[in-house]
Design a protein around this ligand. Structure first.
Ligand code: AFP
Length: 281
């Protein structure tokens, strides 16, 4: 597992350089789900593939930017599902973006996730590694070393609210629940990039990030294997919870590598409000 973390660190340093120096425009290509790819999406994907190609324990990789999985080493042990540059459309407006990695064994179901890592490319480059032992925050220094900052633990109840999804298509019970949090004094924190939004909730004591199913998109937008399962793992290991409204996200399994799901990540107090709100759904 350590050599996989080292490969992610090398990739993060190269992606940071690309974000600062490369073109941010759109390419002529479309990704697996029909989104026009940004040149930085393609470059970040290539960088990650090159770094994992040096790691013998990597059996297979699955990228949000590719239709199919790719075998790296037949005798490898781990499958890695990743989003090379999540929120990439925010780079040209200079907002924080991130890379997300889920490290699986046997298949890409939530129960077979063994570790999760994400990188935030913001004013600083920070990396969070979650595994059986802990959820740990690292920061990149001027010598290109990631040094340990702290472990991350969520409070039982938070004060931040990051509500995703097109509001005019929210189901009434969802709107009621989100409005009630604001009435209770929760602060709105939503940038359109799930990595910095969830990072803020993790580091500032807790709250709720939600990207629900909506009347125009009941299956939600965020992808199980590349985005949702890795953050569900991080939130659970940090003492929070992650559900699809009713079920524990890590109990789910995709039937297709690009499957999406409604998702709610938060401290225990906020997730119990979501369960109440979705109980009759
Ligand atoms: P992009 O990668 O297309 O910018 O989408 C970012 C994202 O996957 C996730 O990071 C955000 O939380 C969510 O989509 C934003 O979606 P909305 O634009 O519908 O709010």
């Amino acid at each position: 597992m350590t050599e996989i973390y080292e490969a992610i660190k090398r990739a993060a340093i190269r992606i940071r350089f690309a974000i600062e120096n490369d073109e941010t425009g759109y390419s002529h290509n479309q990704n697996a789900t029909g989104d026009v790819q940004l040149k930085l999406d393609i470059k970040s994907d290539l960088i990650i593939e090159e770094e994992f190609a040096k790691v013998l324990s990597v059996k297979e990789i699955a990228s949000e930017e590719k239709q199919h999985t790719e075998t790296i080493y037949e005798n490898g042990r781990y499958l890695i599902g990743y989003d090379p540059l999540d929120g990439s459309s925010l780079v040209d407006v200079d907002l924080s973006v991130g890379s997300i990695f889920g490290i699986y064994e046997e298949d890409y179901s939530g129960k077979n996730l063994k570790s999760a890592v994400y990188v935030v490319y913001g004013p600083r480059v920070e990396m969070v590694i979650a595994n059986e032992e802990e959820v740990a925050l690292y920061r990149l220094d001027a010598k290109h070393h990631f040094h340990f900052i702290q472990t991350i633990e969520l409070d039982p109840k938070g004060r931040l609210n990051a509500p995703g999804g097109t509001q005019k298509h929210w189901y009434p019970h969802h709107k009621e629940m989100i409005d009630a949090l604001f009435q209770e004094g929760y602060r709105l924190r939503y940038s359109g990039g799930m990595v910095p939004d969830l990072h803020q909730i993790l580091l500032k004591g807790g709250g709720l990030f939600s990207y629900p199913g909506t009347s125009d998109n009941p299956a939600g937008k965020l992808r199980m294997v590349f985005e949702v399962f890795p953050f569900a793992y991080v939130f659970e290991k940090a003492g929070g919870e992650a559900i699809d409204g009713k079920r524990r996200l890590l109990d789910l399994a995709p039937s297709h590598i690009h499957d999406t799901t409604p998702c709610f990540f938060g401290s225990k107090a906020e997730i119990s409000k979501v369960k109440e709100s979705y109980a009759d759904e």
